[in-house]
Design a protein around this ligand. Structure first.
Ligand code: S3P
Length: 427
């Protein structure tokens, strides 16, 4: 689909972003391993999370919904899972594939899992290697690095593992495997990646120990069935927060948005760039803080980001690059080589597409340098990457002239209501 975006006169109003993608995946998977019936509300009804539900159904889990964000999962513990009859399809979702590998590592049966073209290019050795150390058998292209992957699990032994990169998906896959192993599994992170898994495991009665960057999970614990209300996705809200900051006539209020500090690095950076943003935490749901964010037209200046901040805003770098492209002065993003193995190689695709709109970008092996200026409309391509498509739409709102985004349907991967929310705020 070609999406045409024209500069908008204003951006104003209030909205609630859709349910958090990371938390929705986790809620479905943990519910599928629980002993009994769990109920999820605020579940993100987007392609990625539907991929997780479909894979779980193929593994024999009974699931009702999603209907208006409600999902009911009837499960019988990890031993309730069954060998699937066909290949599991994870679509575009790295979270689905990596988490399920962690689950399947302890299952005595044989499973094949694959995904779309983007997912089949993404590195899986980062989960396959430690899971093999725990005793799972995993095969795939490039020695088990690329999907389609097949896996046959069994009795797992616990390991102590130092994650080579800060990755919440790898951390979570190992915690899920460790939960099913005999003994104590230890995972050490190089920097804190999002901690939704740890929070949700605690919420459903699983004991784990967290000492700084070292997490210990005690094996063979049962997950109690749970009820959970998923807060709004900060990463979805991020597109409109940036849009409000860079637009000259903007004032928006975002309700019920997740404020987990391992996710909100963008707020730190925008505030550092001079953004007019207010955040009010209102409560906690299933161990996850949520609240309201107000953002207004601001004059942003360039900044430098790197180090431990990167995992806290890795998914927001596409839209942050748009902010940097129109800020005053230069912005340097370092320590973000992980961008290359996201839904697209985001260092390359961001540079290629934003340059078409007149942005000045130099790419680095682990990031980029952007020189702020004015953007002009152009015909750009999403590369099938949902966050790139939405970031380009935000750029189009402040560019001179018309922007056409080719392949914009990929927005449905994480935010099917993006255009409706955009329409309401620009009315
Ligand atoms: C996610 C973790 C992040 C993030 C992805 C979702 C998760 O990836 O980029 O969109 O739900 O755990 P990493 O595994 O690289 O941290």
């Amino acid at each position: 689909m070609d999406l045409v975006i024209r500069p908008t006169l204003h951006l104003r109003g209030e909205f609630s972003p859709p349910g958090d993608k990371s938390i929705s995946h986790r809620a479905a998977i943990f519910a599928a391993l629980a002993d009994g019936t769990s109920e999820i509300s605020g579940f993100l009804e987007a392609e990625d999370c539907l991929s997780t539900l479909n894979c779980l159904k193929a593994l024999g889990v009974e699931i009702e919904g999603p209907r208006e964000g409600k999902v009911k999962v009837y499960a019988h513990g990890p031993e309730g899972l069954k060998e699937p009859e066909d290949v599991l399809y994870a679509g575009n979702s790295g979270t689905t594939m990596r988490f399920l590998l962690g689950v399947l590592a302890a299952q005595p049966f044989y499973t094949v899992i694959t995904g779309d073209r983007s997912l089949r290019r993404r590195p899986m050795a980062r989960v396959a290697d430690p899971l093999r150390q725990m005793g799972a058998q995993i095969w795939g292209r490039e020695g088990g690095n690329l999907a389609p992957l097949s896996i046959k699990g069994g009795n797992l032994r616990p390991i102590e593992y130092n994650l080579p990169v800060a990755s919440a998906q790898v951390k979570s896959a190992l915690l899920l495997a460790g939960l099913q192993a005999e003994g104590e599994t230890v995972v050490r992170e190089p920097a804190p990646a999002r901690d939704h898994t740890e929070r949700m495991l605690k919420y459903c009665g699983v004991k784990l120990k967290k000492e700084d960057l070292r997490i210990t999970i005690y094996g063979r614990q049962r997950i109690e069935p749970f009820k959970i209300s998923v807060p709004g996705d900060f990463s979805a809200a991020a597109f409109f927060l940036v849009a409000a900051c860079i637009h000259p006539r903007a004032e928006i209020v975002v309700h019920n948005v997740g404020l987990n500090p391992t996710r909100t690095g963008l707020l730190t950076v925008l505030q550092d760039m001079g953004a007019d943003i207010e955040v009010v935490q209102q409560g906690e749901s299933a161990g996850e803080p949520y609240g309201v964010i107000k953002a207004r037209s601001s004059s942003l200046k360039g900044t430098k980001i790197g180090g431990a901040l990167i995992p806290r805003l890795i998914d927001e770098i596409p839209v942050l690059a748009v902010a940097a492209a129109v800020a005053q002065g230069s912005t340097v993003i370092r320590d973000a080589a992980e961008l290359k193995v996201k839904e697209s190689d985001r260092i390359t695709t961001l540079a290629v597409e934003l340059r078409k709109m007149g942005a000045k970008i130099e790419t680095l092996p682990d990031g980029m340098i952007l020189e702020g200026g004015n953007l002009k409309g152009a015909v750009v391509d999403s590369h099938g990457d949902h966050r790139l498509a939405m970031a380009l739409a935000v750029a189009g709102l402040v560019a001179e002239g018309e922007t056409v985004i080719r392949g914009a349907e990929c927005m449905n991967v994480s935010y099917p209501g993006f255009l409706a929310d955009l329409g309401a705020l620009t009315k």
